[in-house]
Write a protein of this length. Structure first.
Length: 229
């Protein structure tokens, strides 16, 4: 009985300790995020908006589709863009699921007048979709080009980190949202490469991407022919 009573009385204390630790971590997160936002106030807003644009999901989707569907794109490059599109879709699903589940409000100092909401979950802060996106872009670039163009990959990585932390600097996200987004991007590439983080593990092969491209071309021609009759 005595041991049971001690165990039962320890449970609330443990829970209270965990709650206190979580509260302390959130307070640190808010304090550091606010400090980064204040520091970012010294940078002209258009600079942060440019970073925001370069990490925008719709911009990357348009670029990837344009390159993947261009007739002049070589088959190996088309396969690379096909895997990019797969990563884009996985990233979109994971970010949307987490935002809708956690439902963390964005910082109160987020400037809403220049903030575009595409879907409902964009109202929420955790995790940062821009951070997860640039993270998978940089890591996928390393998987594809790390052996042949390490300098280019280093530049992409620098851009990715700058874009990710600009999310906190311009007040869109808390710092923890950014860090979680960066980790989520790593997980996304892990899924697309089937855990190998190598070219050999990519989910979409060149043969598959060419078959899909040929099917789309045939479908387009069939629609065009039907429209012309």
């Amino acid at each position: 009985m005595g041991k049971t009573a001690v165990a039962d009385s320890a449970t609330p204390a443990t829970a209270a300790g965990e709650l206190t630790a979580a509260t302390a971590l959130l307070a640190i997160d808010r304090r550091w995020s606010n400090a980064l936002f204040r520091a970012g106030g010294g940078v002209p807003r258009p600079v942060w908006k440019l970073f925001e644009l370069t990490g925008d999901g719709l911009v990357w989707l348009a670029l990837a589709l344009g390159c993947a569907l261009a007739p002049a794109t070589p088959p190996p490059l088309r396969a690379a863009w096909a895997n990019f599109l797969a990563a884009w879709a996985v990233d979109l699903a994971l970010v949307g699921l987490l935002k809708g589940t956690v439902r963390r409000a964005r910082p109160v100092y987020n400037l809403r007048s220049d903030f575009a909401v595409v879907v409902a979950v964009d109202h929420f802060s955790f995790p940062s979709g821009h951070s997860s996106r640039v993270s998978f872009v940089a890591l996928l670039a390393w998987v594809l080009l790390g052996q042949t163009r390490p300098g280019l990959c280093a530049c992409v990585a620098a851009w990715a980190l700058a874009t990710a932390f600009s999310r906190a600097a311009m007040g869109r996200h808390y710092l923890s949202d950014v860090l979680a987004g960066l980790l989520l991007g790593v997980a996304t590439v892990g899924i697309v490469t089937r855990g190998t983080y190598s070219i050999s593990g990519l989910a979409v092969s060149q043969q598959q991407s060419e078959a899909a491209y040929s099917a789309l071309v045939r479908a387009w021609r069939a629609v065009a022919a039907a429209a012309g009759t």
